[in-house]
Write a protein that binds this ligand. Sequence first.
Ligand code: BGC
Ligand code: BGC
Length: 657
Amino acid sequence: MAGSNALLCARSAATGKTNIANRRTALVDCCNIGFTFSFIVNLLGMGDVMNYSRCFRVAALLGAAISAASQPKPLSSFDPQIKPLLARMTLAEKIGQMTQPDQEYIKDPADIENYFIGSVLSGGSSDPKEGNSLRAWTDLYDRLQQHASRTRLKIPILYGIDAVHGHNNVLGAVIFPHNIGLGCTRNAALVEKVERVTAEEVRATGIQWAFAPCVTAPQDVRWGRTYEGFSEDPQLVRQLAEAAVRGFQGTDLASPLSILACAKHYVGDGGTTFGSARGGAAGLDQGDTRVDEATLRRIHLQGYVAAVKAGVGSIMPSYSSWNGVKVSGSKRLLTEILKQELGFEGFLISDYNAIDQVDRDYKKAIGISINAGMDMAMVPNKYKEFIANLKQLVEEGAVPMPRIDDAVTRILRVKFAMGLMDQNRPQLADRGLHKTFGSAEHRAVAREAVRQSLVLLKNQNQVLPMKKTAARIHVGGKSADDLGNQCGGWTIDWQGKSGDVTPGGTTVLAAIRQAVSKGTRVTFSKDGTGAAGASVGVVVIGERPYAEGDGDRADLKPAQEDVDAVANMKAAGIPVVVILFSGRPMILGGVLDKADALVAAWLPGTEGEGIADVLFGDFQPVGKLSFAWPRSMAQVARHAGDKDYDPLFALGYGLSY
Ligand code: BGC
Ligand code: BGC
């Protein structure tokens, strides 16, 4: 079997053919046989970058049946290979593996060589200097990887990025619904598929690591990161966390179409008390989670139990504190519970400058965090300072050498598992994947995710589904023709932004225009005026993009312009369908009363056709709330079992036709 696969593989590589069948199998988990293939490809002298992945695809086609049932190999199974390598490494080389600067702040790329840097990230707005194109990203990755290949030990870098809803920093990538929407699909197989596609788009730029999935279980929707969580319900988080890890990593991390996943933010990021936000701000982000250990485990730990079980290779400790102690400096949480008790064998990556928050004295903070169990430090700009301080701490005996060796072993386990240490394997980007980046095939998966994520909250007099043959549909609202609002935060920029943020997507207005019959007139006014005489009105309103603490809110009422747009439409005396783009439930008040139908669409991403599919009944609504919908601000942060708990729409609510 292996022999005939190899032959076919060689032939396909030689003719350079990639066909549709191969493309499809790229989405199938492949390649325990990858190692065998890498050997054969090399033997035949065909190990160039592009053919390599094609080869894997043929392997996937023929070998899926063999590998489908396989479980990921335990990461510690690579330890025998790591031991001799570790013995050859200098302290500087070891610390380099533990250091992750942001490319934005690397003034001299030779720093990668000089400091033996093991990993690089791009933060939320850290684009290549040459511009935000697929090509520029790929060139950037290749350039930095080439620097790593010039070091004594030639250990490739792991490049990490926040691919939290598709490869969302890159222009033209498919943008999927944020996790809150995926949570409402309650469809683990679909979530897995979404992350398979995301992995492939990330790989197209060479990048091999996503800081995702976020497996938080937000308990207070005033938090600006609510939308990054699948659900407030830990059991749903658990289920989808496992699926997401499988999607990113596949059955084998060694596949050149898999990427390393990172479950975040461990642990309790979604449980902070309102008013405990960083710097005493009146919010929740990076605050303090004040719960006992049993509650921490029951609500906040569940996603990690599942992610570890699925073989997640990295986990990001949270900025937040647990009962006043910074998680990023907690040995109890990082080492005792996560590594010893749950048996996590991968490595911990600190959050962006999170170590700074562990102690006022930076050197002391580094010592506390590394000794607590942090393995790699995300030190966007202060990498030289981090390296110098950690070196001193080791020399002074404040950080023991076995702790450093453990951290480096964990990082190298992942690098071995991913095939990064295979000298015969190309580590530069597979530009053959550019062909499917942002492709119709990938967009179809996102469209399916959008359809299934929509939650129908109200449908009076069966206004929905609408007729494609209606004489006239009037569309309004500030977000009806705004791709940026449709995608939310973590889109192209860290905070996201309103407007035409990325090419290739479809707004709701455009999707409605595409869907209706020839005879139907679609009219549009942002403020909802001019609707008189239309058969039906559709108003798209909601939150403007935000990320992290910038989205913390004490009040979740809609903006006045949204209230007005709905009122203007309603004043025309026509049935009104309201579509809400938001990162969480909102307190809708009069808007809900005026709406004949209301659809919670969350932050659906670029594929607005998925919304039109549901509006016109081509697809029946199946989404069920993954968060309870509070009746008033007094009801936020209340949960089943709490006194006076009385949600407007319960967890799991959702109508259909
Ligand atoms: C966020 C993380 C993110 C990191 C890198 C931090 O501010 O909390 O979720 O992965 O930045 O962009
Ligand atoms: C970066 C984000 C990061 C944030 C942390 C931003 O400048 O782009 O990735 O999460 O800073 O505050």
